[in-house]
Write a protein that binds this ligand. Structure first.
Ligand code: CP3
Length: 346
């Protein structure tokens, strides 16, 4: 295994081997901060058209690799293609974010199909095959899905919300029905990730963007248990599949997450205290992160100091350098170049 992995630094880190220069990629590295993305986006139709047109999606996936030589490419798609493939209406309004047909009671959940429609998702797998053929051998190709809790917050509310209150209320008021929704999303995520891996993906990330709003008991039930089931389900079909977990905002609950979810690495948001990571997570567990996207937006000395801080905080364990969340659309490209120089020491 080590001979193939050593060609891909991100995979080597996921196998627990610290690299002298940490490999780097950025969450949301394909997106609006890139002029070439904005140009293609303007001609691609709706956002879902972009996700489901393999020529476009493959090109957008490769744009940040061509420009910055990141160590990983992340498949261009979205976490909300899963509700779409479960027959829910999903739209992306320009400048407003996602809009779904909200779920207000258990009937809509009972009516969900038992399986995702793989025909709807087929263009995503086609994108993977196209990108795979174009990537150089040292670049790791990452797939992803949204974690069931995070996807459910959008399905229940029908949109992004500041505090995910609609889903939290629904889960308290209708725990059985909410469990059914989470079960459906676990199964859908497993089959989606398995097909991504079969199409040529090297490793996958589970994005739990909104896990930080849950108290411990709910965090256990809606974040830890589903993530563990996704890892087990994926590896039952793809033995040894490499998986990164991103329970954003989990804070001290990173410790039970790491203890119970068999991920190969944990992606850390920018708020975590490195001192807690040193004591709360196993020393051998690889981490990914965790530059504050606002430090990247700021640039200058603030950015250099923040990059140095991340490198120093995780100097003693396998590290994939990344942001603590997605790059902001207003971020200057020169700041990304500055960050890369600082990390790579070039
Ligand atoms: O470059 C990459 O990271 C790969 C592609 C990717 C996108 N979304 C493309 C996208 C990935 C991995 C995601 C994940 C995603 N999508 C998450 C989890 C990670 C996170 O950032 O928290 C979430 C919560 C979503 C849901 C979503 N998609 C929202 C809330 C929005 C609107 C807000 C926004 O940033 O525009 C999207 C749209 C979206 N997904 C865009 C992109 C590039 C922008 C759409 C556009 O170009 O008009």
């Amino acid at each position: 295994m080590s001979s193939t992995a050593s060609a891909k630094p991100v995979l080597a880190v996921l196998e627990g081997r610290r690299q002298t220069i940490p490999p780097v990629w950025m969450m949301r590295q394909a997106g609006r901060y890139l002029p070439e993305y904005r140009a293609l986006r303007a001609n691609a139709g709706s956002f879902l058209d972009l996700c489901f047109t393999p020529d476009y999606a493959a090109d957008v996936t490769l744009q940040p690799i061509r420009r910055f030589q990141f160590d990983a490419a992340i498949l261009f798609s979205d976490i909300l293609v899963i509700p779409h493939a479960l027959g829910r209406e999903v739209r992306f309004e320009a400048g407003e974010g996602p809009r779904l047909e909200p779920i207000t009671d258990g009937r809509a959940i009972a009516a969900l199909p038992p399986e995702v429609d793989q025909g709807t998702l087929a263009p995503v797998y086609e994108t993977i095959r196209k990108v795979k053929g174009a990537l150089s051998p040292q670049v790791t190709f990452l797939g992803f899905c949204g974690a069931p809790w995070t996807v459910a917050t959008y399905m229940i509310a029908g949109r992004g919300t500041p505090d995910q209150a609609p889903a939290r209320l629904f889960a308290y008021a209708h725990p059985k029905e909410f469990q059914q929704l989470v079960d459906r999303l676990v199964e859908a995520s497993v089959s989606y990730l398995v097909e991504q891996l079969r199409a040529g993906i090297d490793a996958v990330q589970i994005f739990d963007t909104w896990s930080g709003v849950l108290p411990p008991e709910e965090f256990q039930r809606w974040c830890i248990d589903p993530a563990r089931r996704i890892c087990e389900g994926v590896r039952a079909k793809v033995p040894g599949a490499k998986i990164i977990g991103f329970p954003r905002g989990a804070a001290t609950q990173l410790a039970p997450y790491a203890a119970q979810v068999p991920v190969d690495a944990i992606s850390l948001d920018w708020m975590v205290d490195p001192a807690f990571i040193r004591t709360g997570l196993p020393k051998v567990l690889p981490v990914q992160g965790n530059l504050d996207p606002l430090a990247l937006l700021t640039g200058g000395d603030a950015l250099d100091r923040a990059v140095d801080g991340v490198l120093a905080a995780f100097a003693d364990r396998p590290l994939i350098f990344n942001l603590g969340h997605g790059i902001l659309p207003e971020t200057p490209i020169a700041h990304v170049e500055q960050m890369l120089k600082r990390v790579r020491g070039a």
